[in-house]
Design a protein around this ligand. Structure first.
Ligand code: ADP
Length: 447
């Protein structure tokens, strides 16, 4: 400011000096005054033209550089330029931060939809697009109520009570493959809201399975308990002779045994679910497993009927399986036990171990029992699933055997295959991968 005042006074002073020296007829004083005034106007003209150039530069949004020399206008332009640069930096930082936020929301496993105060969609992530079938081009700024038309959600959206979530079917929901979404709206800012969606299909299924499991276990335990209670009451209230007494006690022992088997199977299942995967360094000889299974099978066959089954055990390729011997024995003896329990006495049952050319091994149990209709096969490994409930119970089945077998095979990286022809028989086989099987002898393959 000082320089500006100084330059103005200097300009007028110099002009007045020139007037004084060049002197005109009117006298030195008049000439000095006239030239000082003229000098002042010229100074003002130059100054205003600089101001106008600065204004034009600002109107053009500082597109082209402007030369304003030194002084006030150039300082103004410098300061404006610096402020603009600082503002641009701030805007870029805010933009980066916004992009980071949106990227974080995009990475969220939950669906996120941002709504304006009118309930129109301002932004959504890919999970939300997948949950509701939104299209980024088509549905931006559309009213949410027009796109999510489920009646439960419509009522929730209209009631504006967002203290809780609602469960609605997902876009791909069908009777064979249900998809359930938990949807929750959270108001924020001035009338805006954030909608979060979460796929809860697996949680609901697990909860339903848990409920079914508890109901099944209760039912399985209640039946023998009721029978036991009945026998106890009979023993207490009726005067029975020794023979009758022995018969009742025998029946009671059978029911107690049934409960014990059920509890043992339940414990086996829970151990399989809760324990670490079987070691890949512990090698179990298949020959020892098979001979133990053969002994159990012959005992069971004799126990179930007077005429034993026609049992054949064959081992092609002596080798070892990496894993847990207890679990492997449990799976193999469950399959053999089923074959014995469901195949009529005296009929043939083949149990075999075969090495595959590629290095893996197959344990297989083939029976000549009633077979299983195709519609049941995919469900056999579900807990408590039985084709013939009374036959299963009569032979001491718990409905958990194949569930145990499936767990054991999965834990050993193996695969359970079931094939059956109703009326002819069934074959249950476990295929072990090459990584879990090793040969122990190079000589004869036949056992
Ligand atoms: P269970 O204790 O009832 O035998 P499992 O889980 O071992 O339970 O088997 C499930 C059902 O599969 C059985 O109830 C039976 O209906 C059927 N099943 C299993 N093995 C055989 C088989 N070898 N032949 C015919 N049906 C079988």
């Amino acid at each position: 400011m000082f320089w500006r005042l100084f330059s103005f006074v200097l300009f007028q002073g110099v002009a007045a000096g020139i007037g004084w020296y060049v002197a005109i007829p009117g006298g030195k004083v008049v000439a000095a005054l006239v030239l000082a005034l003229t000098g002042g106007y010229v100074w003002l003209l130059v100054d205003v033209s600089r101001g106008v150039r600065l204004l034009r530069w600002l109107r053009d949004e500082m597109a082209n550089p402007v030369a304003l020399g030194n002084g006030l206008w150039s300082e103004v332009s410098d300061r404006v330029r610096r402020m603009a640069r600082a503002r641009e930096r701030l805007t870029a930082e805010s933009e980066n931060r916004l992009q980071d936020f949106l990227a974080a929301l995009q990475a969220s496993p939950n669906g996120v939809v941002l709504l304006d105060s009118e309930g129109r969609i301002e932004w959504f992530n890919q999970t939300a697009a997948f949950h509701f079938g939104f299209d980024a081009q088509r549905d931006m700024l559309q009213h949410l109520g027009n796109l999510v038309r489920d009646p439960v959600f419509a009522a929730y959206f209209a009631a504006r009570d967002f203290s809780h979530d609602v469960t609605i079917p997902g876009r791909d929901d069908s009777s064979t493959k249900p998809v359930r979404l938990s949807v929750h709206l959270h108001p924020y800012g001035e009338g805006r809201s954030l909608l979060l969606s979460r796929d809860i299909t697996a949680v609901e299924q697990a909860e339903a399975m848990r409920r079914d499991f508890v109901a099944n276990v209760s039912h399985e335990i209640r039946t023998p308990l009721t029978v036991l209670a009945g026998f106890i009451e009979t023993l207490q209230s009726l005067p029975l002779d020794d023979l009758e007494r022995q018969r009742y006690l025998g029946l009671m022992a059978q029911q107690a045994q049934r409960m014990q088997t059920l509890v043992n199977d339940l414990l086996t299942l829970s151990r399989l679910e809760g324990s670490p995967l079987p070691s890949v360094h512990e090698w179990v000889p298949v020959r020892a497993l098979l001979s133990q299974c053969e002994q159990d099978a012959r005992d069971l066959s004799r126990l179930l009927s007077e005429q034993a089954h026609d049992l054949h055990f064959e081992m092609l390729g002596d080798c070892e399986i990496a894993g847990s011997s207890t679990e492997l024995h449990s799976a193999m003896s469950n399959l053999i036990g089923n074959a014995i329990r469901y195949t009529p006495a005296g009929r043939r049952i083949d149990v075999s171990w075969t090495l595959q050319p590629g290095g893996g091994g197959i344990f297989s149990v083939r029976d000549t029992g009633p077979g299983i209709a195709p519609e049941h096969i995919s469900r056999l490994t579900e807990r408590f699933y039985r084709v013939d409930r009374s036959r299963s119970r009569d032979t001491g089945g718990t409905g958990l055997g194949l569930a145990i077998v499936k767990h054991v095979t999965q834990r050993h990286g193996a695969e359970l295959l079931i094939s059956s022809v109703p009326g002819k028989g069934s074959t249950f086989s476990i295929t072990f991968p090459a990584s879990r099987v090793r040969r122990t002898f190079s000589e004869p393959l036949a056992a």
